[in-house]
Design a protein around this ligand. Sequence first.
Ligand SMILES: [Zn+2]
Length: 163
Amino acid sequence: MEVVVKRSKRRKKTIQARMIEGRMEVLAPAYISDASLQDHISRLQARLVKRDGARDDAHLDARAGYLNKKYFQGCLTWDSIQYSLRQERRRGSCNCTAKTIRISQKLSGLPQWVEDYVIVHELAHLLEPNHGKRFRALVRRYPLAERAIGFLIASEAIERNHG
Ligand SMILES: [Zn+2]
């Protein structure tokens, strides 16, 4: 997590933190020592992470297991499903031979139903490598697919406009 510290001489005692566009902004008094600030920051981070229930690879695996049961009769198997920081432009990818799925880390910050759509999309690739008719029918089993696609297109456009 990226942390931006802003010290202020006007600030007397309290340290405050807020999340801005995925970064943690810490407002601190000017006099506070680095060591004690660092201590505060780690505690605040732990609290923030708990609050938004930070998603990790175990979460992805559990989610994929649930979606597999719900939309694929539990017939799919995969070797691993993991977040990737290297998916700059892609939402996810699936290696059907190795049965490994990568999901862009960015999705961990989006609503669960949007991330679910991307997981369903990649799971469907385990059965259909291309984006043909059969593939699209599989993905449409997820009722929020169309809405999730709209949501992703909109949030990707916002991201592009912010450089
Ligand atoms: Zn695809």
